[in-house]
Design a protein around this ligand. Structure first.
Ligand SMILES: C[S@@+](CC[C@H](N)C(=O)[O-])C[C@H]1O[C@@H](n2cnc3c(N)ncnc32)[C@H](O)[C@@H]1O
Length: 72
């Protein structure tokens, strides 16, 4: 069985995230930890970093992002 079928690898486009999800959460990014337990390439989380000043991204990632995937 190919990996895509075996692991259900159907990734969300980051454009979808930027258009529909980011506007809803942009004002509370520092208030929560953003978790994807089936992260794939991180398309549902990593675009958040685009709204974080470059010099804060590493610490923001450490303090507010958790990504898991069976393939990581
Ligand atoms: C449908 S993709 C979604 C990826 C990402 N959340 C997105 O929306 O682009 C599902 C991901 O779940 C992972 N996965 C499948 N079974 C898993 C498991 N039991 N535990 C953790 N990750 C798993 C796959 O490797 C795949 O990357």
């Amino acid at each position: 069985m190919n990996k895509q079928r075996e692991f259900g690898i159907h990734l969300t486009s980051t454009d979808i995230f930027r258009e529909y999800i980011l506007p809803e959460i942009k004002d509370v990014l520092y208030k929560y930890t953003w978790i994807d337990l089936f992260a794939g390439e991180g398309n549902l989380i990593l675009p958040i970093l685009e709204l974080i000043p470059k010099d804060e991204r590493v610490s923001f990632f450490k303090e507010h992002i958790l990504l898991f995937d069976i393939q990581l």
